[in-house]
Design a protein around this ligand. Structure first.
Ligand code: GCU
Length: 617
C-alpha cells in the first residue's frame, strides 16, 4: 500500500520532501534551509559551520543580515529547524549554545507486526502490515523529518507487548529490512530501537530465560553482536517484563536488576541502552483484597533496587503511579531512585484522554509533572506515540501538537506550554491573530475541560473497560486490574493515607504531608488520596457531590463553547472538516459522561443537584 499523499503537520512551510540522496544531517540541514528560504522568499545568507565537538548542540549567531549556524553532527540539523521555525513564526531564534536537557528523547510506537497499533487512534501501522515490514519510504522520511524538527532522536518501532512475529525484528531474516529502515532515519539523527521479548531465548532452543544462567547471557551477547552487525547505531532494546502477562525474571525468582543488567551487558560493547519499563503490578487482583493498592506496586518492586543497575540501563517510569489517567500525582518511584538512570514516560496516544477524537493538548499536564519532579532526577523522556497511517499522521489534526510539544519539552522541559502551543498553531495554520489566540486558548484549556466532563477530583477508572473511551462507572469495579473507587451511597474514593493503604508514605515528607492533609491536598487529587463522604465540604465551599455534578455540567458546557470557537476558525481543509466531525463526537461523548456519571452518583446518594439541572432518576 502506498500512502505518500499525505499532509504535513507543523512543517507546512516545507512542502517538498528532502531528496533521498541526503546522507548526513548536514546534507539535510543544507537542503532544508535552502528550501525553506526559497519557499518563504527570504534571501538572508545562512552559513553552516559544522563542529563535531558540539554533537547534538548548536549555536545560531546573527551576522549582518543573516545567520551563522554552528552545530555538531546532528546539532546543525536541530539548529536549522529552529531557525526555519523562527523565520516562519516571526520569532527570534534562541541565542547562545543550545543543548538538549536529556540525551535520550524517544518515541515509543506500539505497532504490531500484523499492522494494528495497540492504543492507536490514527489508522494502521506506518511500519508493518500482515506480519511483515510494509512502509512508504517517502513517508518514513517525512516522519524522520518531523521527529528531527523537534529534536526526537530515537524511535522504537514496535509494541512493548511483543506479539508474533515481531520478535523477528532481531532475527537474521528481518534484520536486513530493519537496517534499510535505520538508513532512512539516520540522516535525520534519529536512531531506531526495538522492543524485545524477554523470553526470546526460549524460542531458540534454550530451556530457560533465567538472567543468571550463563547460557542465557551468552545467547543475548551473540544476538546483540548479530543485531549490531546490521545496525551499528541501534539505540538499544526496550523491555516490558513481568507486566500484564509478559515474561520476565520473576519466573526464575530473579530481580529486575538481574534481568536488566544481563541484557545491558550484551548491549554495552556497542554503546546500546537497555530501557526497562517499570509498569509492574498485579493484574490479577481480587477486588475483595483491600490490602493490595495498585499504585504502590512499582515503588515496592524497584525502589529497593536503586543503585543496582548498570550504567547503560534506563528505567522507564510512567508519569503517574496508575496508568495514564487524566490526573494522577507524580509517580513516587520517579522521586525515589537517586542512583538510577530514569526516563519519564508520557503517553501521546490518547488512550484515556479521548482517543484523538476529543481535543486534549498535553503540555500543561507535563508542566504539572515537572512542578513535583525535579528535572535533574531524570535522564531521558519517552512518549508513547500517537501516529498512524492516517494522512495527517495523528487522526485529529490538533493531536499533532502533542508530538510537537513532546520533542521540544524533552529538549528543554522549561519551555512554556503556552508558547509551545502557540508556535505549533502558527507553524501549522496561518490564522489571523484573534483566531490564533482563540485556538491557543482552546488547546490550552482542553485538558481541563476533558477532566471536568470525565473524571474530575482524581477519580480514576470510571471508563469503559478495554476500549477506554466513554463512561462506565462500575466497569472496572470488580475487575482484576486493581482499579477501584468503591463508590457507595455515602462516600467514594480510596483512603491512600497512612491510616489507609499507606501509599502517601512512598513520598518524601513534604509531598506526603501535602497529600495526607485534606486542607493541603489539592481538590483535583482529593479522591485519588482520600475516601470522602458526599457531604464533605471542598476548599471552595461546595460539597463533594455538588462538585461532581457541577464539574460534569460545566465540563460539558465548556466543550460546547469549544465547539462554537472551533466553528469560527478559518482552518484549511481537510483539517476544518475533520476537526468539526470529531468535535460532534466529542460533544456526544461529553454529554454521555455528564449524564451517566451524574446519574450514577445521584442514584447512589439520593442527593439532588442544588441547581436543579436535569439528572436522570
Ligand atoms: C496500558 C494499556 C496497555 C499497554 C500498557 C503498557 O495498560 O492499556 O495497552 O500495553 O498500558 O503501558 O504496557
Amino acid at each position: 500500500m502506498k500512502h505518500s499523499d499525505h499532509s504535513l503537520t507543523w512543517l507546512t512551510c516545507l512542502p517538498e520532501a528532502v531528496p533521498a540522496q541526503a546522507v548526513t544531517p548536514l546534507d539535510v540541514a543544507r537542503a532544508e534551509i535552502n528550501q525553506a528560504l526559497a519557499v518563504m522568499q527570504h534571501s538572508i545568507p545562512v552559513v553552516l559551520r559544522p563542529d563535531s565537538t558540539l554533537s547534538e548542540s548548536f549555536c545560531l549567531e546573527r551576522e549582518g543580515e543573516g545567520y551563522i549556524l554552528t552545530g555538531g553532527s546532528t546539532g546543525i540539523l536541530y539548529g536549522a529547524y529552529r531557525l526555519i521555525m523562527s523565520l516562519k513564526t516571526g520569532g527570534t531564534p534562541p541565542s547562545g549554545v543550545q543543548q538538549p536537557r536529556y540525551a535520550l528523547r524517544m518515541l515509543n510506537c506500539w505497532d504490531n507486526a500484523e499492522g494494528t497499533i495497540e492504543r492507536g487512534y490514527s489508522g494502521r501501522s506506518l511500519f508493518f502490515e500482515d506480519g511483515r515490514f510494509d512502509y512508504d519510504p517517502v513517508r518514513m522520511r517525512q516522519l524522520a523529518r518531523m521527529l528531527a524538527s523537534v529534536g526526537v532522536n530515537v524511535i522504537c518501532i514496535n509494541n512493548v507487548n511483543v506479539h508474533d512475529p515481531a520478535h523477528k525484528l532481531i532475527e537474521e531474516d528481518w534484520l536486513p529490512q530493519l537496517s534499510d529502515l535505520a538508513a532512512i532515519f539516520r540522516p535525520y539523527g534519529v536512531r531506531l530501537m526495538v522492543s524485545i521479548d524477554y523470553a526470546h531465548p526460549l524460542r531458540c532452543g534454550l530451556d530457560t530465560a533465567d538472567p543468571l544462567d550463563p547460557r542465557v547471557a551468552d545467547w543475548w551477547k551473540t544476538r546483540a553482536q548479530l543485531v549490531y552487525r546490521y545496525i551499528p547505531d541501534l539505540a538499544g532494546f526496550l523491555v516490558k517484563a513481568d507486566s500484564e502477562h509478559r515474561p520476565g525474571p520473576f519466573t526464575y525468582g530473579r530481580t529486575h536488576a538481574d534481568g536488566a543488567n544481563m541484557l545491558a551487558r550484551a548491549l554495552a560493547p556497542f554503546g546500546g541502552a537497555l530501557v526497562w519499563r517499570c509498569f509492574v503490578y498485579n493484574c490479577l487482583q481480587d477486588w475483595r483484597d483491600t490490602k493490595t493498592d495498585r499504585p504502590m506496586a512499582a515503588y515496592k518492586h524497584y525502589a529497593c533496587l536503586d543503585g543496582q543497575f548498570d550504567r547503560n540501563v534506563i528505567l522507564q517510569i510512567k508519569n503517574g503511579p496508575f496508568d495514564f489517567q487524566v490526573r494522577e500525582p507524580v509517580s513516587p518511584l520517579l522521586l525515589a531512585m537517586a542512583h538510577t538512570n530514569m526516563a519519564l514516560e508520557v503517553q501521546l496516544a490518547q488512550e484515556y484522554t479521548g482517543h484523538q477524537i476529543d481535543i486534549y493538548a498535553m503540555p500543561p499536564m507535563w508542566k504539572e509533572i515537572f512542578d513535583d519532579l525535579p528535572k535533574e532526577r531524570i535522564t531521558a523522556m519517552a512518549a508513547v506515540g500517537n501516529l498512524g497511517r492516517d494522512m495527517n499522521y495523528t487522526g485529529h489534526p490538533f493531536a499533532a501538537v502533542n508530538l510537537f510539544a513532546f520533542g521540544l519539552t524533552a529538549w528543554n522541559p522549561d519551555t512554556d506550554p503556552a508558547a509551545l502551543i502557540r508556535t505549533w498553531c502558527r507553524l501549522s495554520y496561518a490564522l489571523p491573530a484573534a483566531q490564533e489566540d482563540a485556538l491557543v486558548s482552546l488547546l490550552l484549556g482542553s485538558r481541563g475541560v476533558y477532566e471536568k466532563y470525565t473524571a474530575p477530583l482524581g477519580l480514576c477508572w470510571m471508563v469503559e473497560p478495554h476500549g477506554h473511551y466513554g463512561p462506565s462507572p462500575m466497569g472496572y469495579e470488580y475487575a482484576l486490574w486493581g482499579t477501584y473507587h468503591k463508590a457507595n451511597r455515602d462516600a467514594v474514593g480510596i483512603d491512600r493515607t497512612a491510616s489507609g493503604t499507606g501509599y502517601t508514605r512512598q513520598y518524601d515528607k513534604t509531598l506526603c504531608d501535602k497529600y495526607e492533609n485534606l486542607n493541603t491536598c489539592p481538590d483535583n487529587l482529593k479522591l485519588f488520596f482520600h475516601r470522602l463522604r458526599y457531604d464533605y465540604v471542598m476548599a471552595d465551599g461546595r460539597t463533594l457531590i455538588q462538585r461532581i455534578y457541577d464539574d460534569h455540567f460545566e465540563g460539558c458546557e465548556e466543550a460546547e463553547a469549544m465547539a462554537r470557537v472551533l466553528e469560527t476558525l478559518d482552518l484549511p481543509e481537510p483539517d476544518r472538516s475533520e476537526a468539526a466531525r470529531r468535535m460532534a463526537l466529542q460533544l456526544k461523548n461529553a454529554r454521555e459522561w455528564r449524564d451517566v456519571t451524574n446519574t450514577f452518583f445521584y442514584r447512589l446518594s439520593g442527593v439532588s443537584d442544588a441547581k436543579g439541572r436535569r439528572i436522570y432518576d
